[in-house]
Design a protein around this ligand. Structure first.
Ligand code: ARG
Length: 567
């Protein structure tokens, strides 16, 4: 309906007395009436009356008269209702929208706003040697969805997993390994053993602080290329990655690069020199900082007193390298809101270095995650591991499926898609900055605002299309019932939802839109029978099922869900 709104606004702007408006400023003023009987679009003319110095009623009736003389294709009636100008969209126009969707097929909703542009997205990015826990879920699935949405808009996308694989903690791991570990056990137990060693280091270092000096020394050796330490570090990384890949495979997530913090270790000195040459570095109690007080922020820490680099230093080096390597139009970072200051600080440093692409750097923060109301306290060891979460979800989904549809083929695959889908959908339902809570009963309810409900609606559309294979031509001007009209209106919103989701870096726009489609589709399904319908009706209804299948399918894929055809 957006195109129609634009044409309407353009025509109305040419009416006498409308000089104060532009088509786009006027288009902003349209609303959807609360009751479809009042019309499909409305213009509240009191919003125009100040500028036009005319009463809303007079404006509405003048504009209505103007439209009678200058008809807009698609609007078959406009009427003045107490200062509101209500527009009625013709069924023929709606059917033309439906046909347009069907013609575009899978491409429906795509656009070319990103054509010729590159977006780099840094997401997931766990610190190696630790198991994936629920704190990593947000960045992983929000990042994935934002990447897919950009690709849908024609961007070249580069997904980067900026592994946290450098820093003194790897010196600690080397020390722990040398004292208490063995390669055999690590190969056998994988990341759990690395985790055990890391935790053990912590408890031992409390008793014997000299272990910390040892760790620093081992990290220094690692930094200066010591063969043995490098070999160990590579093993830690390889073991961790192997574990992470399982989770990424389960989620269907791919990366274009795994260049983590270590990749930039040899690129840091040049950055520090550059900062110094540009006069940005200041000594502060032996450490080197960039003063940001003029921007009401604490200083950005560049070098510790012992000369080693820090998290912001590595991010600056990485951004400079990525700009050269990919020539991005935007570089997006998805992390918890707790890191917002860190990003604001070093983005500012990029600007102070004289780079004009500071505003191409985008931080996308999100809220915290909890399960059944319990916050995740990683310090107390009360972490919920992603593997466990997914295993639970798949099991629970499987049990529901066994009850609903005991003979389902591909049962395990479907249970996986539905269980994981439930977790993802629930996580992407609210605005990302809000805190997310998993309540198993809610997240897996096939009748609630859930992933299973959306996947089930999709499967329902597929099932209808499997049974009804007639190839029927949709007539140009059939009579539509309310549910059919409503469904077309909802489907027509897809392109604008995509634009909004990308503009706001907000996958929840798509999650909620998927629910709009499901609700409208299910109302249609319950009131508009297909079997026994007249051929003309049947053609429209099957067309609607097809359009739901492609639109809902695309929406769900864009938030990272799989769409089984049978559930
Ligand atoms: N490894 C970091 C962490 O686990 C997240 C990295 C985010 N990306 C970045 N370029 N700083 O907290």
């Amino acid at each position: 309906m957006n195109a129609l709104k634009e044409t309407l606004a353009k025509t109305l702007c040419e009416a006498p007395g409308m000089e104060g408006f532009t088509p786009s400023s006027l288009a902003e003023l349209f609303d959807t009436p609360p009751d479809p009987a009042m019309g499909d679009l409305a213009l509240a003319c009191f919003k125009l009356s100040k500028l036009m110095r005319k009463s809303p009623v007079a404006i509405a009736s003048d504009l209505s008269a103007y439209l009678t003389e200058h008809p807009v294709n698609g609007i078959f009636k406009s009427e003045n209702a107490g200062g509101y100008l209500n527009f009625f969209v013709s069924d023929a126009y709606r059917v033309s929208i439906l046909k347009g969707i069907l013609d575009q097929g899978e491409a429906y909703g795509t656009n070319e706003t990103g054509k010729g542009k590159t977006m780099v997205i840094d997401y997931s990015s766990p610190n190696i040697a630790k198991r994936f826990h629920i704190g990593h879920l947000g960045t992983t699935i929000i990042g994935n969805s934002i990447k897919l949405l950009h690709r849908f808009c024609g961007y070249r996308t580069i997904g980067i997993n900026y592994l946290g694989d450098w820093g003194t903690q790897y010196g600690k791991l080397v020390v722990a390994f040398k004292h208490w570990g063995s390669e055999e056990t690590i190969r056998e137990k994988g990341i759990d053993e690395l985790n055990r060693l890391y935790v053990l280091f912590g408890t031992q270092a409390e008793k014997d602080p000299s272990l910390n000096d040892e760790a620093r020394a081992e990290f220094n050796k690692l930094e200066s290329g010591d063969e043995e330490n490098l070999r160990l570090w590579r093993m830690f990384k390889e073991i961790s990655l192997k574990e992470y890949m399982k989770t990424y495979d389960l989620l269907g997530i791919q990366f274009d690069s795994f260049n983590g913090e270590s990749f930039y270790s040899d690129k840091m000195p040049a950055v520090v020199d550059e900062l110094r040459e540009k006069g940005l570095l200041k000594l502060d109690d032996g450490a080197s900082i960039v003063d940001l007080s003029a921007y009401h922020m604490p200083p950005c820490l560049i070098l510790k007193r012992d000369g080693s680099s820090l998290y912001p230093t590595r991010d600056i080096a990485a951004a400079l390298w990525r700009k050269k390597e990919y020539d991005f139009d935007k570089c997006v970072y998805v992390t918890s809101a707790g890191q917002s200051l860190h990003f604001a600080q070093w983005f500012k440093v990029i600007g102070l270095m004289g780079y004009d692409w500071e505003d191409q750097l985008v931080h996308v923060p999100y809220g915290t995650f909890s399960i059944n109301g319990e916050k995740i306290a990683s310090r107390t060891g009360n972490v919920v591991l992603l593997d466990d979460l997914f295993r639970d979800a798949i099991e629970k989904a499987g049990a529901i499926i066994d009850e609903k549809n005991p003979d389902l083929e591909d049962r395990d695959k479907v249970a996986e898609a539905v269980g994981i889908g439930a977790v993802i959908f629930n996580s992407l339902l609210s605005n990302r900055i809000k805190d997310v809570d998993f309540n198993w009963n809610e997240a897996l309810n096939f009748e609630g605002n859930t992933g299973p409900y959306a996947q089930y609606s999709y499967a329902r559309a597929c099932s209808i299309l499997r049974k009804e294979t007639d190839e029927l031509e949709i007539p140009d001007d059939p009579a539509l019932c309310t549910e059919e009209k409503d469904l077309i209106t909802v489907l027509s919103a897809f392109p604008e939802k995509i634009l909004r989701a990308v503009k706001e870096y907000e996958p929840s726009v798509i999650t909620r839109y998927a629910l709009d489609i499901c609700q409208s589709f299910n109302r249609f399904y319950n009131s508009c029978p297909i079997r026994g319908a007249l051929p003309e009706e049947k053609a429209v209804r099957l067309g609607l099922c097809k359009a739901v299948k492609t639109t809902l399918g695309s929406a769900l894929h864009l938030i990272g869900l799989k769409t089984p055809e049978k559930i």
